[in-house]
Write a protein that binds this ligand. Structure first.
Ligand code: PLP
Length: 445
């Protein structure tokens, strides 16, 4: 398959073999785990956003596996450096106490391990003075451990979360979820979680805000924590947790004044600011972290997906010193996961992919806005974290189905939004192709 010429080609989707695999999967899988209707054939041609499914359909994937495959399929930028290592035995790393080779120290061994990944992660977070990492496996674990270190550091009992938030599915992280009730129904939650509105208008100011955050010369956060008239003692707050750009909640991009107010209050009240960058981080928005897009100074970053493992990143002083207070048998994934995390960061740097994400993202927004798609109420994005919002949920779902039938994979989020996550090295041609397919899909829907 030649990336410069590939196009989606659909004959039967999902086809007979795909349906067979899905049926087999459902025989033993928990019923709520299968989401996609296509089955990728990893032995068939695939490159960049293009992949072939088990029935021979060629698809254009603008989901990047919800951001966890940042450079698309079979990226030579990832595979070539990995192929230099002898990874016949992709050993699982039991805990982080069993040290594996670190390429930075053992140049003759060469395989980058968890220590190299932590080194890279602190490098790209050094603008916040962060020098320490705890590696786990998933996004939920990254956020869960962010909560744990903040509880331990502050000894506070409150956590502050945002309306529309999604932070994972463990009991701790689901307690902060405010996007859909299904994530919390009947599950016990951690106590003392306080809610604040999340900015719904990226151009809003304190004067024009109508999401309920700013009012009467103050904000709901400031009022909540006010010394006499507030209802939460700021000394008892362990953390404010926020997705700098909301993912599952609808790809919502907050305004600068909103983020500045959050940062200012946290700073004054000495409340650790935790940014959940599981979806928005690792270059997706054209900066290493979505937090870099705003005038804020996070204290903790939770990363996963594109990093290939879960990572809780902060300053050393925030982490407990006591041995075994944090640990994870399979923390840091396997040797392949850690090495992949390292080469992903290197590839983003070496190929100027932050810049590519910024430019191509702008191109996609222009393409989609210029086409004046029917029933679309908003096109927005930063870098390659892009969203198209529709008048209704029904219309959004219909467009998504039409796109699928044309071989364009996209995902929903919020109530009536489609999210687009092209690979970070997406080309101008692929952006145009994606926009054309979305135009045809909206017209057909
Ligand atoms: N936080 C955010 C912002 C996410 O988007 C997700 C997953 O989509 C998570 C946390 C949870 O990550 P995981 O599914 O790896 O546990």
């Amino acid at each position: 398959m030649q990336r410069s010429r590939a196009e989606p080609q659909v004959t039967d989707l999902p086809g007979e073999r795909g349906r067979e695999v899905v049926e087999y999967h459902h025989e033993s899988a928990a019923p709520s785990t299968y989401v996609y209707e296509f089955v990728w054939d990893h032995t068939a041609p695939a490159v960049g956003p293009f992949c072939t499914d088990i029935d021979g359909n060629v698809l254009m994937d603008f989901t990047a596996h919800v951001g966890s495959m940042p450079l698309g399929y079979n990226s030579p930028k990832i595979l070539e450096p990995l192929s230099e290592f002898d990874l016949v035995d992709p050993s699982k790393i039991a805990g982080q106490d069993f040290y594996l080779p670190a390429a930075s120290v053992l140049e003759d061994v060469g395989v980058p391990g968890p220590a190299d990944l932590m080194d890279r992660l602190t490098d790209i977070s050094s603008q916040y003075g962060m020098d320490t990492v705890f590696l786990s496996n998933t996004g939920a674990e990254a956020v869960e451990n962010a909560l744990k270190i903040c509880f331990d550091y502050t000894r506070g009992k409150y956590t502050i979360t945002c309306e529309g938030a999604f932070h994972g599915r463990t009991l701790g992280t689901l307690s902060l979820n405010r996007s859909k009730e299904i994530y919390r129904r009947a599950f016990p939650e951690i106590a003392s979680v306080q809610d604040i509105p999340f900015c719904t208008d990226r151009s809003c100011t304190a004067e024009t805000c109508d999401c309920g955050f700013f009012f009467d010369d103050t904000s709901s956060l400031r009022q909540m924590l006010a010394e006499k008239s507030g209802y939460v003692n700021s000394d008892e707050v362990a953390a404010l947790v926020i997705e700098p750009i909301q993912g599952e909640g609808g790809y919502r991009f907050p305004s600068d004044p909103f983020m500045q107010e959050i940062a200012d209050v946290c700073d004054r009240q000495e409340i650790p600011l935790v940014v959940d960058e599981v979806q928005s981080g690792m270059g997706r928005t054209g900066e290493w972290w979505a937090a870099d897009q705003y005038a804020i100074e996070p204290d903790v970053i939770a990363s996963a997906k594109s990093a290939r493992v879960g990572a809780t990143i902060s300053r050393e002083e925030l982490f407990p010193e006591e041995e075994s207070r944090l640990s994870s048998t399979w923390g840091a994934g396997d040797i392949l996961a850690a090495a992949q995390g390292v080469v992903t960061i290197d590839a983003i740097e070496d190929h100027d992919l932050l810049d590519n994400a910024t430019r191509r993202g702008r191109g996609m927004r222009e393409e989609l806005t210029d086409r004046e798609l029917a029933g679309v109420t908003d096109v927005r994005g930063k870098g390659l974290m892009l969203a198209v919002e529709f008048e209704t949920e029904t219309r959004r779902d219909a467009v998504q189905r039409e796109a699928f039938s044309r071989g364009l994979l996209v995902m929903g989020c919020g109530n009536r939004t489609i999210r687009l996550l092209p690979p970070l090295d997406v080309t101008e041609r692929e952006i145009r192709l994606g926009a054309q397919l979305l135009e045809k899909s909206t017209a057909a829907a």
